[in-house]
Design a binder for this molecule. Structure first.
Ligand code: SAM
Length: 445
C-alpha cells in the first residue's frame, strides 16, 4: 500500500461525501486525495443497494470523473509478499490478495483506510451463494448451485494455498478473516494490465482499486462509464450526461443475473443481458446417442451431470460459465445451440447417422444449408421442436415453482431465521426466471 503523502483537509473531503456516509469513508477519501487521485463532480453516497457514487453536479458526456494513480492500486505487483508477483506466474493471485487483506485486518493496530471501508462479512454471507447453506442452495437453479459449489471449492483451495505460502512465513489471519477478504477480492477487483504484464493471463492481473470500487454495476454498457487503464493508473469516463444526485454506474461485464448473483451477490431488476441456463431440462430430451452427436459437433450443453451430489464436472462447468456451450433462454428467444439440440432430438434414434433428414441436419450444422431453407423443408419437425421447447419451459417452470414453495416454507421455520436474506434472494431469482419464461411465451406465441 502507498505511503501517505500530504494530508487532505476534511473540508476538501466533504465535497466528495453525501450526507449520512460513515466517517470511515472520509478517511478513505483523505487517503486517495493525499495520494494524487483526481475526483471530479462525484460523491460517495448511501443508496438503497449499498454504497455507490452519485453526481455532485451536472456531468457532461466524455468527462473524466475519477483518476486513481497506479501507486494506490493493490495488486500482486505491489503487496509485500514473497513469490506473489504475477510476473512469477503461475501464482494464485486471488488467494494471495485475500491473504494480504486478511493479514492487514488481523493486526490489532490495523487502520488501513482502504480495508476499513470494505463491507462486513455478514453482508457477504447473506448475499453471496457460496456462503449459503446446502438447504438454500438445493433450492436454487442447478447453474447457481453448481457455480456456488465451484466457488466454495476454489475458496477452500485458495485458503490452503494461502496458509502454505504465507502462513508458514508468519503472516497471520483466521479462517473467517480469510473468507471475508476472499469475498471482498472476488467482488471488488478489476483486471489491470499494464504493459509489462502483457504475458500475464488476465485473471492474474486482479487489482483492487480504492474509490473506483465504490462504483456499482449497470448492464447498460453503452451508457455506463468506461474504466480504462494506462501505465499511470485507472480512470473512469462518462458516456452520457448525469444530473445532480443521479447514481453513476460502470459495467462489470455483460452478465446475466445468475452470474451477478454468484459472483457479486446481487441481481439487477432490469437486466437486458439476463437469460437462464436450461441445460438441466434440455438434456433429458436427448438420448445418449443424440448427446454423443451433439458433443461431436460441439452443440452439447454439457454443463451438468444429474447426480444430486455432483451437479457439474470440473472443466465442463468452466466452459459453461464462460458462456459459449450452454443452452440459454432469454425473454426473446432460445439460443441457436438449443434449437439445434432440439432439432436433433426430434430425429428418431434409429434415423441418426442415415437418411436425408439427418444429412440435411448435418449440412445445416456445417453451414452447407441456410436455416430458413431447413425450416421450410422440415416444417413438421419444426412444429415438434416448438412443442418440445414448450415441454422444456413447463419443466423449468414446475421446477422453479416447487423450489420457490420450498424456500417460502423455509422462511416460516425458526431454524432458517438467520438465513432470511439469502432465502429471499433465492426466491427473487426464481421469480425473475419464471418471468423470463412468461415473456418468452408472450413474444413467441
Ligand atoms: C465493487 S462493489 C461496489 C460498491 C458497493 N456497493 C459498496 O457498498 O461498497 C461491488 C458490490 O456492490 C454491490 N452492487 C454493485 N452493483 C450493484 C447494483 N446495481 N445493485 C445492487 N448491488 C450492487 C454488490 O454487492 C457488489 O458485490
Amino acid at each position: 500500500m502507498p505511503k501517505r503523502r500530504r494530508p487532505s483537509s476534511s473540508s476538501q473531503c466533504q465535497d466528495f461525501l453525501a450526507d449520512g456516509v460513515p466517517e470511515s469513508h472520509q478517511r478513505l477519501l483523505e487517503h486517495v486525495l493525499a495520494n494524487n487521485a483526481r475526483l471530479s463532480k462525484v460523491k460517495i453516497a448511501r443508496l438503497p443497494h449499498g454504497t455507490g457514487i452519485v453526481a455532485s453536479e451536472r456531468v457532461k458526456k466524455n468527462e473524466e470523473i475519477t483518476f486513481i494513480p497506479k501507486s494506490l492500486l493493490v495488486n500482486l505487483h505491489d503487496i509485500p509478499f514473497p513469490n506473489s508477483s504475477p510476473i512469477d506466474h503461475p501464482t494464485k493471485v486471488h488467494s494471495s490478495l485475500a491473504a494480504y487483506i486478511a493479514s492487514q485486518f488481523h493486526k490489532s493496530d490495523n487502520n488501513d483506510p482502504f480495508i476499513s471501508i470494505l463491507p462486513s462479512f455478514s453482508s457477504f454471507k447473506s448475499s453471496m451463494p457460496l456462503f449459503w447453506s446446502n438447504e438454500v442452495l438445493d433450492n436454487c437453479s442447478p447453474w447457481v448451485r453448481s457455480f456456488a459449489i465451484k466457488q466454495q471449492e476454489k475458496l477452500k483451495d485458495d485458503y490452503a494455498h494461502a496458509l502454505k505460502m504465507h502462513g508458514e512465513r508468519g503472516v497471520e489471519f483466521s479462517k473467517e478473516e480469510y473468507e471475508w477478504a476472499w469475498a471482498a477480492v472476488n467482488t471488488r477487483t478489476i483486471y489491470y494490465r499494464p504493459k509489462k504484464w502483457y504475458k500475464v493471463p488476465a485473471e492474474d492481473c486482479m487489482t483492487m482499486c480504492p474509490f473506483i470500487d465504490y462504483y456499482n454495476h449497470d448492464a447498460k454498457g453503452d451508457e455506463s462509464c468506461t474504466v480504462s487503464f494506462s501505465i499511470d493508473g485507472l480512470r473512469v469516463t462518462t458516456q452520457k450526461e448525469y444530473s445532480v444526485g443521479e447514481e453513476i454506474f460502470v459495467t462489470y461485464g455483460e452478465y446475466n443475473n445468475d452470474h451477478l448473483l454468484v459472483e457479486y451477490g446481487f441481481t439487477l431488476p432490469k437486466n437486458q443481458a439476463d437469460n437462464m441456463n436450461i441445460d438441466h431440462w434440455v438434456l433429458p430430451k436427448l438420448s445418449s446417442r443424440h448427446q454423443e452427436i451433439l458433443k461431436e459437433i460441439s452443440f452439447h450443453g454439457y454443463a451438468f451431470t444429474f447426480s444430486q451430489t455432483v451437479m457439474y464436472s470440473g472443466s465442463d462447468l468452466m466452459i459453461s460459465v464462460d458462456g459459449d456451450s450452454e443452452y440459454l433462454l432469454d425473454e426473446n428467444e432460445v439460443c441457436y445451440r438449443t434449437m439445434m439440440a432440439l432439432r436433433l432430438a426430434v430425429i428418431k434414434e434409429s434415423m441418426l447417422g442415415k437418411g436425408k433428414r439427418y444429412k440435411d441436419f448435418m449440412k445445416l450444422v456445417e453451414g452447407g444449408m441456410e436455416e430458413d431453407d431447413y425450416v421450410k423443408l422440415y416444417e413438421k419437425d419444426e412444429k415438434k421442436v416448438g412443442e418440445l421447447l414448450e415441454e422444456v419451459l413447463k419443466a423449468v417452470e414446475e421446477f422453479g415453482e416447487e423450489k420457490t414453495a420450498n424456500l417460502r416454507r423455509m422462511l416460516e421455520r425458526e431454524e432458517f431465521l438467520d438465513q432470511k436474506e439469502s432465502i429471499k434472494s433465492a426466491i427473487g431469482r426464481w421469480r425473475q426466471c419464471i418471468d423470463i419464461i412468461a415473456k418468452h411465451r408472450a413474444k413467441n406465441n
